[in-house]
Design a protein around this ligand. Structure first.
Ligand code: PYR
Length: 287
């Protein structure tokens, strides 16, 4: 069962700090993260240029053994170019894509065509990144099976049964849940793993949670999950994508840069409030 980190993209003055990005990946992979998910939601993927995404991939592939590269775009040529670019790097085990978003009236056939075009563009496995709350549509297990060429899915969904259905209909598919609140559930039902933003700030806690599940210590695993839930509850009202940067500093002890507007960084009062609000969870996790 994999712990996959959707890695934050650290900006300084509007530019990506690639050294910090690589350093951050080095730190979290040393603490139990098995693979990194580049340019996902936590990585602000849809808010990055093609050149920026390529630069991230290059940096990630130079330090991580296993990389999944999120290539989704409303410009098909860009997604195809990123799929082809990914082939240069041995560390890339798959490319993943959100379905075409924003346009509410695309048919299921049109969505399927998009994924088949990506599959045709690359020799790497193509994964579905299903995130209905962000994308506005759900490519569920039946729709994913219909597409035919998908080798994996990251389902960012609070409904574990929805995620399990992919495994039921496509047992050979890699199936990951992307919700921080379902790490315990995902490990307990034997998914292939999790893609959890908390792997940016508490990777060692996720590793311990996985160990606890493996030895059948559900109580211990649950207490770790609950501490993570407390952090989520505190951070989400502030804008979770921005709060993750601050959580890295609070839990890992280094400056993790900032998001880029329109994903605005937290202001100083919010940062101070967050630090106080997660102090108890931090003590529980003993990080
Ligand atoms: C992402 O940040 O890409 C997740 O789905 C967790």
């Amino acid at each position: 069962m994999d712990i996959i980190a959707p890695v934050i993209t650290p900006f300084r003055n509007g530019k990506i700090d690639l050294d910090l990005y690589a350093e951050h990946i080095r730190n979290i992979t040393a603490k139990g993260v098995d693979a990194v998910f580049v340019a996902g939601t936590t990585g602000l993927g849809p808010a990055l240029s093609v050149e920026e995404r390529k630069a991230l991939l290059e940096a990630a592939a130079s330090v991580a053994r296993r990389v999944i590269f999120q290539i989704g775009s409303l410009v098909l040529d860009d997604a195809v170019a990123l799929a082809k670019y990914a082939e240069r790097f041995d560390a890339v085990e798959a490319v993943a894509s959100v379905p075409p978003y924003y346009f509410p009236r695309l048919s299921e056939r049109q969505i399927a065509k998009y994924f088949r075009d990506l599959c045709a563009a690359t020799s790497r496995p193509v994964y579905l990144y299903n995130y209905p709350a962000a994308v506005g549509r759900d490519v569920d297990a039946k729709a994913a099976r219909e597409i035919g060429c998908l080798k994996g899915v990251k389902d960012t969904n609070e409904n574990i049964a929805h995620t399990l259905a992919y495994k039921r209909l496509m047992p050979h598919m890699k199936v990951y849940n992307g919700s921080d609140s379902l790490v315990l559930a995902s490990f307990s039902v034997g998914l292939d793993g999790v893609v959890a933003s908390s792997a940016n700030y508490v990777p060692e806690a996720l590793a311990r949670l996985r160990e606890a599940v493996a030895r059948g210590d559900v109580e211990r695993a649950r207490s770790i999950q609950f501490a993570i839930d407390e952090i989520l509850e505190a951070a989400r009202p502030l804008g979770y994508s921005s709060a993750v940067y601050e959580l890295v500093e609070i839990f890992q002890g280094y400056d993790a840069g900032e998001p880029r507007p329109p994903i605005y960084p937290l202001d100083p009062e919010e940062k101070a409030w967050l630090k106080a609000a997660v102090a108890q969870a931090k003590a529980k996790l003993a990080l």
